[in-house]
Write a protein that binds this ligand. Structure first.
Ligand code: HEM
Length: 224
């Protein structure tokens, strides 16, 4: 009888390890460092939030369809949905007409195009992006929220930072544990080639985020 191919390292660990350099690069990017170091005004924060709206709309618009997919399906969870929270933040940051004049930067458009392509052609690949964004929002996102509240005076967990507030996630540590278990199960259901493809897509997800930060960074030139 052939021995089934069993990964030695849990898939959640593989993803975290494989993307750690990309994570560090995103964390230390010029835009993030300047933003979280208090060197940029609230308009840069609003600008980031506006770009995230395009990204999350692309991630979430197809949720009903993805929920039916054997690999992506288990990850689709109403408790994570961010689009509405971002819209409330944008109404606070940009006013009731927040949609007017809001356009995706070239890097955001490329990120959205990749998400749409995956939903159409390789739904299993969506999990790489789902992990990169939502597990990040539940982790480092909480640090970003705290700094944003202090730096620009938003009410704690209120308008302006609702994107980072997961009201339906009571216990983030337990949620992340369960999420990693889902990643591990997804990894077991894939063959090695498919696992590698997902890992590469995860790195790409981080790079797409990094490119958005670079585009945003050029909008706010360093003052002399
Ligand atoms: C300055 C910005 C950032 C800070 C301070 C930060 C910080 C952190 C910290 C402390 C953790 C570990 C939390 C834990 O183990 O529970 C974490 C995890 C994570 N972050 Fe970030 N992060 C930042 C930016 C980002 C960005 C831009 C992304 C992706 C777009 C991202 C994606 C992730 C992911 C996916 C994890 C989960 C890793 C895992 O345990 O598998 N982070 N972040």
């Amino acid at each position: 009888m052939p021995i089934p191919e069993q990964p030695v390292v849990p898939f959640s660990t593989v993803l975290r390890t494989a993307s750690s350099a990309e994570h560090e690069a995103a964390e230390q990017s010029s835009f993030m460092s300047r933003l979280l170091g208090g060197h940029l005004g609230v308009e840069a924060y609003a600008d980031l939030t506006g770009q995230l709206w395009f990204v999350y709309r692309a991630l979430e618009d197809r949720a009903d369809e993805l929920a039916e997919h054997p690999v992506a399906g288990p990850f689709i969870d109403a408790a994570l949905l961010r689009t509405e929270a971002i819209e409330r933040d944008l109404a606070h940051l940009r006013g009731p007409d927040w949609r007017e004049g809001l356009t995706p930067l070239p890097a955001t458009a490329a990120y959205v195009a990749r998400l749409e392509e995956l939903a159409d052609q390789w739904p299993a690949g969506v999990i790489a992006h789902h992990y990169t964004r939502y597990l990040g929002d539940l982790s480092g996102g909480q640090i970003i929220r705290g700094i944003a509240e202090k730096t620009w005076g938003f009410e704690r967990k209120g308008d302006g930072v609702r994107f980072y507030v997961f009201e339906q996630v009571d216990n983030p540590a337990a949620f992340k544990r369960d999420y990693r278990a889902k990643l591990d199960a997804a990894g077991l259901a894939m063959d090695e080639v498919e696992r590698r493809r997902v890992v590469e897509e995860c790195k790409r997800a981080f790079q797409l985020n990094g490119a958005v930060f670079r585009d945003l960074d050029t909008r706010y030139p360093l003052s002399a």
